[in-house]
Design a protein around this ligand. Sequence first.
Ligand code: ATP
Length: 316
Amino acid sequence: MTPAIETIGLQKRYGTHPAIHDLNISVAPGTVFGLIGPNGAGKTTTLRMLLDIIRPSGGVARVLGADPRAGGPTLRRRIGYVPGELRLEGRIRGRNLLRHYAEISGPVAPGVIENLADRLGLDLNRNVRTLSKGNKQKLGLIQAFMHRPELLVLDEPTSGLDPLVQREFLELVREARAGGQTVLLSSHVLSEIQQTADHVAVLSTGRVVAEGAVASLRLGKIRRIRASLDGADPGGIEAELATVPGVREVTVIGDEATRTTRLTATLDGEIDPLVQLFARHRVGDLVIEEPDLEESVLQLYGGSTGSASGEEVRRG
Ligand code: ATP
């Protein structure tokens, strides 16, 4: 089957600065492909080349079987795009702006705009320049989804959205996929890629440093742990932690005055053994969080000591 998106040796230099080196990705039709990486990794540059907003310095890109440079408006209408930085300043109501976009993008089924606005919580009667960043972003999402394009290219689409709206957005992405649309989603938020994407490529300083089926990348298993255990013995806790698989970077500090033991650790493995350990103590406080993407990706794939699990994972 022809890929919805394919790049072969795609490159972009800004002056002498190489932003993208030799990018090779292939996005299967009807799938969600996540492009993740820290700020400056080259996500926006990649998406802009696919949309022919900027021109590659080398290599080949094919989008829906066409060369983006030659596809023109016909190709553009088959794509819904949310740019990373959306500037909407006009003295025009959201509803009218979307109608204007619909004239360009192609037919929008009756009620679709209202339904999307309702789901995302956007007032279409407001003047767009008075909208907050998050509400402008909602407008951007509606214009990308409303004409049910074959391909959605979404550049950090949840930035500025509150968590409930982010959840609704993720639902829209799942529905798009279920309806046969292809989605290329860039993000630096690991959890949203994990919740929606089939396949992911991790970009770091313009290179794919890891790529594979989402399920086979262990990124999500890394957790930062902070806990405070009442009346525990720091030495004993440290010894117990050493027996839990995947626990590392442990610091344990005992406070004799309050008779508490505070600990921090990184867990790269199953959570249950650690929870069982805590359950043997009186837990005063417990925080378990995902490290930020940069940290987890670079820990796993950026350094020579990183290791990837899962046979489907290919390291760049
Ligand atoms: P962010 O999430 O911060 O937007 P990104 O992964 O989308 O990051 P890009 O914006 O594509 O990254 O930037 C990739 C690299 O190219 C960075 O080093 C950036 O400084 C550089 N860059 C991007 N746009 C330009 C430009 N117009 N001129 C010069 N350098 C640029």
